[in-house]
Design a protein around this ligand. Sequence first.
Ligand code: LLP
Length: 482
Amino acid sequence: MVSTVPPGPRTEAPAAEAPAAGVQGHPYEPQADRSSPNRNLTPISTSLDAEGRLAVGGCRLSELARTYGTPLYVLDEATLRATCRAYREALEASYPGPSLALYASKANSSLAISALVAEEGLGLDAVSAGELLTALRGGMPAERIVLHGNNKSREEIELAVNQGVTVVVDNARDLELLAEIAPGRPAPVRLLLRFTPGIECHTHEYIRTGHLDSKFGFDPDRLEPVLRQLAQCPWAWLDGLHAHIGSQIFELEPHRDLAGVMADALALARSLGHPCSDLNVGGGLGIRYVASDDPPSIQEWVSVVAEAVAEACRQRNLALPRLLCEPGRSLVATAGVTLYAVGSRKEIAGLRTYVAIDGGMSDNPRPITYQSPYTALLADRPTAAATETVTVAGKHCESGDLLLKDIALPATASGDVLAVFATGAYNASMSSNYNRIPRPAAVLVHDGIAEVVQRREQPEDLLRYDVIPARFSPVPSAGATV
Ligand code: LLP
């Protein structure tokens, strides 16, 4: 039985003055769980300055908004490093063999995050040429990268093979392309084989991957023929097996079950002559978006996974593989805060009050896609008493572009800065230019210093790839600028 964030709408505002329910009390309270940031609502360095205004990484949030503009993605370096260390140390403490956590960079891919994660000794999972290039240019060593994808292009596989990145074979097409690309190279190509473990977990259906009706990986009954086929390929070196069951998962049982399924597959692969020194159990650990969320800690998750894999191998008399896992959300989500400026307001008597901010579904598509709840506070009045229940709306031309439904807030005025927490994962990476709105900048904060790690897109940037056919007559305002 797995319980996770239910897919239905769910929002919660922290109560003003009185601490909101939840392990850490009011979100800005400094007694955060520093050892497992995924259990906190806010970055671990969140504090109140002398005037009672919110600060992260020693930087006052409203000041960041003024300096860098809004919407603004703020990333707390202390939280990012703490989560990397939590995974590394938990693996070292609870797994008797070698191990490596690979950051699932789909959660938030940038040069700076790649560099930071590499510096912390983790590896990285990429799913496209873009993520791969970002990781390599960010300084992630190729031997610590794996390339995923259920429909890799020839160019993506070539890039991985040329750079010495491990390719996760997902399907027969991958094998066809590899059979064209790999032979004749000085060394066999390193591979992992992804299969669908057939484990159900009750997260949002869009982010479930381990059940049999999934587009990812080989069916379990295809495993043996594929392993036999690979055993005949001198250009292939099967490093190990991969499976991933889903995302934003709070229960530990499916991860325990996965260990048994994977150990059976490992025994089969080794019996067919494959070295299979790696077992990659994917990611999936959930995080706290609202006070009522209660995800396991990184330490609990890792120890359950590590002990289950070690025990499953013991039972089957298998030499311990290197244990790989692929955390995405739990590694970066809590480090992120998005700052918006409050703008217009619409009151519908007896029905609803909309407070609009200067971003929305283009910088955070999660509420409209998965009905995901978030927690927000006013950056300069985080402890002011809530006086009304409002719905925070984005600025996009879409009625469903609502960031926070029915949130209790103090009265807001245009220009107030709203801080939305836990936006470090799957926000920037899933952002769009819908309505031709440029993507926000991102700043990394630490010890009172803010550094731009992604520059703000400009309207002009959005025109860069447009072409007007020469046969069209030029329009009078063609020289307009913003
Ligand atoms: N490994 C594989 C093969 C994956 O497909 C994923 C996520 C991960 C690792 C990382 O999972 P995490 O630790 O982040 O749960 N856009 C959705 C999430 C999609 C997850 C896709 N795969 C969201 O915003 O909730």
